[in-house]
Design a protein around this ligand. Structure first.
Ligand code: ZN
Ligand code: ZN
Length: 264
């Protein structure tokens, strides 16, 4: 059977302007160099399926944490013809506050999570303020409720969740972060989420400051490279370059196609 090909969309919904290498990197080369972050969710579509990767945060969280709000990720989905209420599969790369909101807005979905991530964000490490800071207890509570409603599909390592589409545990940045590998017309694309916030991280082996296990994070770079067909096939989780490098959809500068070749 031929390998299926999928479309992939990156949808930007928020921005964080006031960041530098000094605030982002464990070992900055230039402390004062600007390094703003974008916030995305991703959609994989094809073969009669729609899979949403990460669900983002809401306007209230943006105000609370001082991020620049662009649009609701739910409206971004509607903008490409995806009704959140009918989505069947939501993959959460990890449970950090900026990736794992809006549980109630996906009433038809099965949520895909790694065992290790759920164990981490519900376990003893959350007794430490610095470790729980990137989580939102309301999201974690929703994950527990969804578990009790049998709406979470737990994975322990690699799992194929649709023909050709697989999840891979890399950890590193969080206790059980997973990445997603997708076959496209341009080859194997890896949606790395926070396995590499920027292309800079993976290409310079320069970790982002927020890290659970540095060795696992570095191994995760190798895993991304092994699974992707090239450096431009690894899509970082927060890099503003993504919008500049891939073609916009219907003239919307906040929505780009990642299954098409880069334009820059
Ligand atoms: Zn994260
Ligand atoms: Zn993140």
């Amino acid at each position: 059977m031929p390998q299926p090909n999928y479309e992939i969309f990156a949808l930007r919904y928020a921005h964080f302007a006031d960041r530098t290498q000094g605030s982002n990197l464990m070992f900055p080369d230039d402390h004062s160099a600007p390094m703003p972050l974008d916030f995305f969710i991703w959609v994989v579509r094809g073969e009669g399926r729609t899979i949403v990767l990460d669900t983002g945060f809401d306007a209230a969280a943006a105000a609370r944490r001082n991020r620049q709000w662009i649009r609701s990720p739910l409206d971004a989905l509607r903008g490409i013809g995806v009704d959140p209420a009918t989505v069947q599969d939501v993959v959460l790369s990890h449970m950090h506050w900026d990736h794992a909101g809006h549980w109630a807005e996906f009433p038809s979905a099965t949520f895909h999570l790694q065992d290790a991530e759920m164990a981490y964000c519900t376990g003893r490490c959350m007794c430490h303020e610095i470790l729980r800071r990137p989580f939102d207890v309301e999201h974690v509570t929703q994950a527990v409720r969804a578990t009790f409603a049998a709406k979470v599909s737990y994975h322990a390592g690699t799992a194929e969740i649709a023909p050709g589409i697989s999840l891979h545990l890399v950890g590193g940045h969080s206790g059980g972060l997973q990445i997603m590998r997708v076959p496209t017309a341009r080859g194997w694309v890896v949606l790395a989420s926070d396995a590499t916030h920027f292309w800079y991280n993976i290409r310079n082996r320069s970790p982002f400051v927020l890290v659970h296990n540095v060795a696992a994070l570095l191994d995760g770079y190798v895993t991304c490279e092994t699974l992707a067909d090239g450096p431009d096939h690894i899509i970082p989780g927060h890099d503003p370059e993504v919008l500049r490098r891939f073609p916009a959809v219907d003239g919307d500068p906040n929505t780009v196609r990642l299954d098409l070749p880069p334009i820059a």
